[in-house]
Design a protein around this ligand. Structure first.
Ligand code: SAH
Ligand code: SF4
Ligand code: F3S
Length: 451
């Protein structure tokens, strides 16, 4: 090992990237690196990137430009790019940015410490390296998943944490780059997952989220293992207080899974169920595999199973061919379902996807207009949903001191809503009852009830 020591990991994109960065941090610290948040003092800066929309990709490129001057003060500094943008544009970025030292695709992350070692000991003029390919060698990928290690890395990960149960995606929704960048769907074995969960529970984790692009199809294509509902039952039996999962695809949400919202108490009352559009015509063009009515039926059965379920969703506005009438269908869906919150995006043309070749691309200004209109309406709905908690007592898992006010703590209710309240730091990691006194769009405020 040379004298390169401090690594700064910067993560963009989804929770699966967060998870990968956590594991990567462990691999690096096991190899003698010290993690730092300060890029100025780092000997290795690594961007774990996202490419889901053009804006996400541009953000990464801006960051890459910003760290370039740091090489002047520290000629030993290595700069690396991982994640989905690395998979997609890595070679081009390596050519365009001479200060970039390495590029590594998401499926190859466990090879990163070895690659760093090689660069450090290489005496060629150009020591830069790349390792990409979302290729489908399942054995290699399964090993990768196992090699990504176990155990929480950030302090608050000891209270809430996540576990990736599958990688990749086979759905090929018309707009989405993920299947091209993360490779085919591949489930981890239940034994691997349960091992990791037990490890986390022993370390004090009480609130756990199972992660995958389409967790409802967990285990598909592998004989003998549990289905997703069966896996949830096994994971809940490890003694976890709270269990969640994301992301669910409506087309694969089975009646067994809906039933668990009634029958499995640790399963929390929140579900993120992306619909993308309220128009059947747009849903069909997206290749989502369900209709508006089917989605509404699912919502009804979920609410029958767990009446206080907090429901969130994703919406894309301005998909190619989306008319004003289609958009109004989405607006009426928001009124019918009344989501607790939603994540909404302007459609973004992504390389390789079917939608990028479709006629009827919606002008940028029109997409912006639809997005603002939708977000303004949803803000009112979200506020009303949050206001419904006024006067209720919610069980809050205390996660950390609130960044804003001295003496204030922040935690999550079972429905995943953020709750702030005054209390002593000793409560961190505990489940406490909080009476809700104020409701905002992004959080609730309350008063600790002393038992
Ligand atoms: N696997 C998850 C979603 C992963 S991507 C699922 O199927 O639900 C997260 C969200 O990004 C998607 O739900 C979608 O709303 C949005 N998204 C994906 N590709 C997009 C694109 N090309 N333009 C705009 N939004 C996009
Ligand atoms: Fe993308 Fe669709 Fe797969 Fe989600 S299910 S990751 S939106 S292709
Ligand atoms: Fe982004 Fe890749 Fe996740 S494109 S959303 S980091 S799977």
């Amino acid at each position: 090992m040379t004298d390169l020591k401090r690594a700064c990991l910067i993560t963009f994109g989804c929770q699966m990237n967060e998870y990968d960065s956590g594991r990567l941090g462990r691999l690096l610290t096991d190899g003698g690196w010290i993690l730092t948040d300060r890029r100025e003092e780092a000997d290795f800066i690594f961007f774990n990137t996202c490419s889901i929309r053009a804006k996400a990709a541009q953000r990464v490129i801006n960051h890459l430009e910003q760290v370039r001057p740091l090489k002047k003060n520290n000629p030993q500094l290595l700069i690396g790019l991982g994640g989905c943008l690395a998979e997609q544009e890595g070679e081009a970025l390596l050519a365009a940015a001479p200060w970039l030292d390495l590029v590594i695709g998401p499926q190859h992350l466990p090879a990163l410490p070895g690659l760093l070692e090689k660069i450090q000991t290489d005496d060629r003029d150009d020591r830069r390296r790349s390792l990409t390919g979302a290729g489908a060698n399942p054995a290699w990928s399964r090993e990768n998943l196992a090699a990504l290690g176990q155990g929480p890395s950030a302090p608050e990960a000891r209270i809430s944490s996540s576990v990736t149960i599958m990688q990749g995606c086979d759905n090929y929704c018309a707009y989405c780059v993920v299947p091209y960048l993360r490779g085919p769907e591949l489930s981890r074995t239940a034994e691997d997952i349960l091992d990791e969960v037990r490890h986390l529970v022993a370390a004090g984790v009480q609130d756990l989220t199972l992660l995958g692009q389409n967790v409802n199809s967990y285990g598909r294509g592998r004989a003998g293992g549990p289905t997703f509902p069966e896996l949830l039952v096994q994971v809940a039996a490890t003694g976890l207080r709270r269990l969640r999962f994301t992301t669910s695809h409506p087309k694969d949400l089975s009646p067994e899974l809906v039933g668990l919202f009634r029958d499995l108490p640790p399963l929390c009352e929140n579900l993120h169920l992306p619909i993308q559009s309220g128009s059947d015509q747009v849903l069909a063009a997206m290749g989502r595999g369900y209709t508006r009515d089917r989605y509404l039926q699912l919502v009804e059965s979920l609410r029958a199973a767990r009446p206080n379920l907090a429901l969130t969703t994703d919406i894309i506005v301005g998909f190619p061919g989306e008319t004003e009438a289609d958009f109004l269908e989405t607006m009426s869906l928001l009124e019918t379902v009344t989501f607790d919150a939603l994540f909404s995006f302007k459609y973004s043309n992504r390389p390789q996807t079917r939608a990028s070749a479709l006629a009827g691309q919606v002008p940028e200004e029109e997409k912006s207009r639809r997005l603002t209109y939708l977000q303004n309406r949803q803000k009112v709905i979200t506020l009303a949903k949050n206001a419904a908690h006024l006067g209720q007592t919610l069980e809050v898992l205390v996660e950390r001191p609130s960044g804003r006010y001295q003496g204030q703590l922040t935690g999550r209710a079972r429905n995943f809503k953020l709750v702030h309240f005054d209390g002593p730091p000793e409560l961190i990691g505990r489940l406490v009852p909080v009476s809700i006194t104020e409701a905002w769009a992004a959080s609730l405020r309350g008063r600790l009830i002393h038992a």
